[in-house]
Write a protein that binds this ligand. Sequence first.
Ligand SMILES: C[S@@+](CC[C@H](N)C(=O)[O-])C[C@H]1O[C@@H](n2cnc3c(N)ncnc32)[C@H](O)[C@@H]1O
Length: 219
Amino acid sequence: MSNPGSEPFVPRLLPSYGRKRGKKLKPRKAELWQNLLPQMLYDGKPRPSLHLEIGYGSGEYLAQKAKLYPERNYIGCEVYENGIATMLSHIEKNNLKNVQLYTEDARLLLQSLPAQSVAGADILFADPWPKRKHNKRRIINPDTLDLLSKLMPSGAPLFLATDHYEYLQWIMVQMMAREDFIWDGNWRTPPADYVMTRYEAKARADGNNDIHYLQFVRA
Ligand SMILES: C[S@@+](CC[C@H](N)C(=O)[O-])C[C@H]1O[C@@H](n2cnc3c(N)ncnc32)[C@H](O)[C@@H]1O
């Protein structure tokens, strides 16, 4: 039993991200952080055709998707300050009205959204946490998938991508063990509306073209 006034016990999430802070923001980005971010933060109101991107990095994929699909409402989740600031520049440049930003651990958002409220979700190049002792930090795990499963109605797409072969095996083991997400059986071809992310561009520039695109739908 908790003491009166104390917080209920909430198990701590192991961070699935590397760092929240990088280089000091340049003046223009610092200004966007100060003035634009407060208007762009997720406000908790229900929205139709809600799509999530978890770990959008610098946001080029998210911005492009929001531009391409003005009828959708996007929530982009990212904790890395420089990435969030770059996303703010995309929002400003493209005058995006259908994106909101969630700047805490995405799993807290997943826990708070109503069941069946997410029409699609993308997790691209999640941190691979290659050392075995860090595997438990991988965001694609049964707990995250259970949350997404609850949030996504039948037919909703879940799109994952990785350039890391061992993480690919991990993902496939997780996904094949489940009956609530169905794989389309292809991992070589991205969806027709795919936009290359910064992480993928860097992987390819470094000579790693072993990129796997995994499309699932909620059963
Ligand atoms: C390897 S980067 C890939 C970024 C981007 N998707 C791309 O392809 O360029 C993974 C990103 O996920 C973010 N991330 C990891 N765990 C997260 C979480 N629980 N909530 C929000 N963002 C997260 C990290 O901060 C990092 O920017």
